[in-house]
Design a protein. Structure first.
Length: 74
């Protein structure tokens, strides 16, 4: 379960070489619990805020669910 003030990593996109393992702290969740505002804790953009759909975050209760989307090449 994704919670306020929790620290999470983003899920990876299959086929994307630039996936990262940066950590993000949730600083706000919308009322519908579909979007989160996070601050990046490490990496080049540390300190910047981002908005993600909640399913983009890796839920520690479901570590096997580590992918969000896939790159399909034609």
């Amino acid at each position: 379960m994704i919670e306020l003030n929790g620290i999470y990593k983003l899920k990876h996109i299959k086929g994307l070489n630039s996936n990262t393992d940066y950590e993000y702290k949730v600083i706000a969740i919308n009322k519908e619990k579909t979007m989160v505002c996070c601050v990046q804790l490490d990496g080049f953009d540390a300190g910047k805020q981002f908005v993600f759909m909640i399913e983009c975050l890796l839920d520690p209760e479901r570590p096997e669910d580590k992918y969000f989307g896939e790159i399909i090449q034609k």
